[in-house]
Design a protein around this ligand. Structure first.
Ligand SMILES: Nc1ncnc2c1ncn2[C@@H]1O[C@H](COP(=O)(O)OP(=O)(O)OP(=O)(O)O)[C@@H](O)[C@H]1O
Length: 314
């Protein structure tokens, strides 16, 4: 992935990149009412790489819809870099770029025309230098004149990203940017997002690929049934809800008086969850003392998937 030439200008760092306060939203489906968001509040600092996670139907897209002003909340306030979504809509929309999940383009336009049109939406007339740089960075330069509808799925996704960045928004929201994308493109998109973040953009990422969120996001919010179920630094969350574990196999059963409490998974298979790597050394020493050398040993690291399962099954 190529490097950006231009850095973005940053605002007063004491102002949150995004502030969401008391957002609720219900949808009417016939006689029934579905509460998609219930009193959701959180703030994201400038420069953060933030994961918005949650199972299907948790309310992520509804929240992004609120940011895009395609969903009107029943109550609550939203501001980006201090600009209120209602009072300061012009500044708000200049400060945020949303990469939607759905791929929708005008089928008759080329890549270049799509980006020019989007620039026009923001009133940017002399934007060609930046648009060319975006095409270059996203490896789309040779597709400039091609009709967007003729591009492959992965290329279309890149155009969606370029489209969201035409006005160099300080806050970028990526709704499932890697859904259905092959592993090579996924890796290059990660590099691209990291580069944007390094240049000062605040990034909000929603994804169902939890290893992706674990790798990229410094902080995460987990939504569940429209409520914030966890809001924390990713590493702290891992420490709190997930443990490292070792699964080991023995040819003989563990003696009843074995001093360490381990879980028996099935005959010959045992598991120990631990916080401190010292516990693993102690386990191996105790096994060794009893001439019980493990035949197999597999170490698993704490991961966000486990945290997610615990929090969302509560
Ligand atoms: N326009 C709508 N009319 C009625 N119900 C809706 C509407 N939009 C969303 N919902 C409901 O609100 C809830 C939250 O949906 P939302 O799409 O925000 O979840 P999500 O976390 O984005 O899910 P996914 O991961 O599947 O994209 C769901 O129960 C959904 O059916």
């Amino acid at each position: 992935m190529k490097q950006f030439k231009e850095e973005i200008s940053v605002a007063d760092f004491s102002i949150p990149a995004l502030r969401i306060a008391g957002i609720s939203k219900s949808f009417h489906a016939g006689k029934n009412q579905k509460k998609a968001l219930s009193d959701v509040s959180f703030s994201i600092e400038q420069g953060d790489f933030f994961g918005l996670l949650g199972p299907n139907g948790a309310g992520k897209s509804t929240l992004i819809g609120v940011l895009a002003k395609t969903v009107t909340p029943d109550c609550g306030d939203v501001s980006v870099l201090g600009f209120d979504i209602r009072r300061d809509w012009q500044q708000f929309k200049m400060a945020i770029g949303i990469v939607p999940q759905e791929i929708t383009f005008d089928p008759f336009l080329s890549v270049w025309e799509t980006l020019r049109l989007q620039s026009g939406y923001f009133g940017l007339r002399h934007n060609d230098k930046w648009l060319n740089e975006l095409l270059e960075v996203l490896d789309l330069a040779d597709k400039k004149k091609e009709s967007v509808m003729r591009l492959s799925g992965g290329m279309k996704r890149r155009v969606l990203i370029a489209q969201a960045l035409v006005h160099k928004p300080p806050l970028i929201v990526l709704d499932e940017p890697t859904a259905g994308v092959d592993i090579n493109l996924r890796h290059s998109l990660w590099t691209f997002m990291e580069e944007l973040n390094r240049k000062g953009h605040t990034i909000i990422l929603t994804t169902h690929y939890l290893e992706e969120a674990e790798r990229l996001c410094r902080n995460v919010a987990m939504l569940n049934h429209g409520r914030i179920a966890a809001l924390e630094n990713t590493r702290d969350l891992l420490k709190k809800y997930s443990k490292d574990r070792v699964v080991f196999t023995l040819s003989r059963p563990l003696p009843e008086d074995f001093p360490i409490q381990v879980e028996k998974l099935q005959d010959g298979f045992y598991c120990l969850n631990y916080d401190n790597p010292e516990a693993l050394r102690t386990l191996l020493d105790e096994l060794h003392k009893r001439c019980l050398e493990p035949e197999g040993l597999e170490i698993g690291k704490a991961n966000l998937e486990e945290v997610f399962m615990r929090i969302t099954s509560k």
